[in-house]
Write a protein that binds this ligand. Structure first.
Ligand code: 13P
Length: 246
């Protein structure tokens, strides 16, 4: 299976800066062996999508509303993203923590993405307290149980899952590869036990949390780890290019 490298630009870059970055990536990424996705902010999304139209780099959104149409000021829905984005990040810990997204909300957003033919990149991961209490595995499988609850068994194959331990995000404190390997195994086992092995075998499992061009290879070497969700380092075209060409 081809690896998937996703750059989450978060709430960074103006339209001009986003276009500069997408141009630089377009010009520097030569025949990457992985599938590449960048997720600009909503203001820059359409411009970057047009800029990357004929490029190997695909575009993702950072959020989606669970409803397709409603009087919800400031929200963006699946039908609006169709044609602009191919992927959408759902359930990122920053949205769970700062914007009150519950497991139920995340489940409805995952379903909205699939309904609108967007590939959800579902983020799961334990916080530091849960890790210290030895509850990391349980936290992640509980999240999966709830976050996938609005999908049919058939739809399960249409998702990507990113394991992003909350304590490793933006801290420079990346998880040890052996810890990631353990969690990736836990996630794969959970999926196989719950759904048909044939359906879940193609689901890509990514790692995210303080990934940079120095540590990326260690994660990509993990058995069953199918890619990376990169935050800070994806804003630097040299670093991101390097990660994409590993
Ligand atoms: P950093 O790579 O900046 O730690 O962010 C990870 C992340 O949250 C990607 O979604």
């Amino acid at each position: 299976m081809k690896n998937l490298i996703v750059g989450n630009w978060k709430m960074n870059l103006t339209i001009g800066q986003s276009l500069l970055l997408s141009e630089r990536l377009k010009n520097n990424l030569k025949n990457p062996t992985s599938d590449i996705v960048v997720c600009p902010n909503y203001v820059s999304l359409a411009a970057v999508s047009i800029d990357l139209k004929d490029s190997i780099i695909k575009v993702g959104a950072q959020n989606i509303n669970a409803n397709d149409e409603r009087a919800y000021t400031g929200e963006v829905s699946g039908p609006m993203l169709k044609g602009i984005a191919k992927y959408v990040i759902v359930g990122h810990s920053e949205r769970r923590i700062h914007f009150g997204e519950t497991n139920k909300t995340v489940a409805l957003k995952v379903a909205a993405a699939v309904r609108n033919k967007l590939t959800p990149i579902l983020c799961v991961g334990e916080n530091l307290h849960q890790r210290n209490e030895g509850l990391a595995g349980r936290t992640v499988t509980d999240q999966l149980e709830e976050n996938l609850s609005e999908l049919t068994h058939k739809e399960i194959s249409k998702i990507v899952i990113a394991y992003e331990p909350v304590w490793a995000i933006g801290t420079g404190e990346n998880a040890e590869p052996f810890e990631v390997e353990k969690m990736i195994k836990t996630i794969r086992r959970f999926l196989i036990n719950k759904y048909k092995a044939k359906i879940v075998v193609s689901i890509k499992l990514l790692y995210g949390g303080s990934v940079n061009s120095d540590n990326a290879n260690a994660y990509l070497s993990i058995d069953n780890c199918n890619g990376l969700l990169v935050g800070g380092a994806s804003l630097n075209y040299r670093q991101f290019t390097k990660i994409c060409q590993l």
